[in-house]
Structure formats: structure tokens, C-alpha cells
Ligand binder design. Sequence first.
Ligand code: PRP
Ligand code: URA
Length: 170
Amino acid sequence: MCYEATRELPLEETTIETPMGMAKTKVIAGRKLAFVPILRAGLGMVDGVLEMVPAAKVGHIGLYRDHETLQPVEYYSKLPLDIDERDVIVLDPMLATGGSAIDAITIIKRSHPKSMRFMCIIAAPEGIKALTEAHPDVEVFCAAVDDHLNEVGYIVPGLGDAGDRIFGTL
Ligand code: PRP
Ligand code: URA
């Protein structure tokens, strides 16, 4: 998925040393990418994407869904100072109602990044619709589109509460 989300970024040529000799290859041009995980569950995707783009900076947006209203509540925001020079990929494994992704992207847009993409692992059709309507300029990359949201806003079949499962707080 990270490959798909970064495939349009400009490349530049570099030379690397393989066990057999020197080789010309391509790397992402400059150091111009930032990943922004939505806390908490987005943290579970950071190690993987940094393996592919180790020079990227990492910002953080803290949001949790109020379990009664399903509305996201912001509690933390720390973005790279030069985010206006960067292409941003927002990370969250779950896109359910879309409220968290929509608010996180709205917050990041205030700092004028060059472009934004959103990467998730499981999405509900309802969340994709809400997010693409709210932010039509933000391309969405996801590994699976599940069937629907249940009456309390969980993705079905989904995997339950991703943050609780990653951090063992069930
Ligand atoms: C989960 C998930 C998303 C959000 C998705 O976070 O990681 O951020 O719900 O739901 P939405 O699309 O309806 O907004 P949660 O609010 O449970 O916080 P956590 O990651 O701290 O557990
Ligand atoms: N957040 C999750 O972690 N899982 C869901 O199914 C919906 C929102």
C-alpha cells in the first residue's frame, strides 16, 4: 500500500553498492514526505512505512471517537515545522464513519501541506463516501473495503477496536 501511495512522487537517480558491484537506481527525490498517524491506532502503521521511506518526517494527530456521539475529539497535534514543503500521507488502520480522518485532514490542511493522501487498512463504504465528499482532493488508499458499519459505528466484519487490539487495552 505504501508503494501505491507513493508511486506518483518524483524520483531521482542515485548509485548504490550491491554485494556484486555498483548499480544506478531511483529514490524518492529530496526529503519531502511526512507521515501523520492518527493516534492511537495509526501508530501501528508507522514502522512499516518508515521502512520504505526512512527519510520521511513523522507528525502526530491525537483524536478519539466519543463512543456516544461517534464524533472525533482532538487532544494532540504536533506536525513537522516545514510541513508546507511536504507531501503528507495520513495513516489510520480504520476508516469507519470517516469523522476522524476528515477532522485530521482538516487540521493538517491549516498548515498548507503540498499534497495529502490517506492510507488505511480497512474501510467501510460509508467512511470512503464521507471522506471523499469532505476532501475530494485527498486520494484514499486502503487494503480492504468491508461490508458496512453496524449501529454503533464499528466496521463489519472489520476487526473490532484497532487501538485496543494493538495496545492490549481491551
Ligand atoms: C479508531 C480508529 C480511527 C477511528 C475510526 O480510533 O483508529 O481513528 O476509530 O472511526 P471513524 O472513522 O468513525 O472516526 P479510536 O477513536 O477508537 O481511538 P484510538 O485509536 O485511540 O483507540
Ligand atoms: N474504530 C475501530 O477501531 N474499529 C472500527 O470498527 C470502527 C472504528
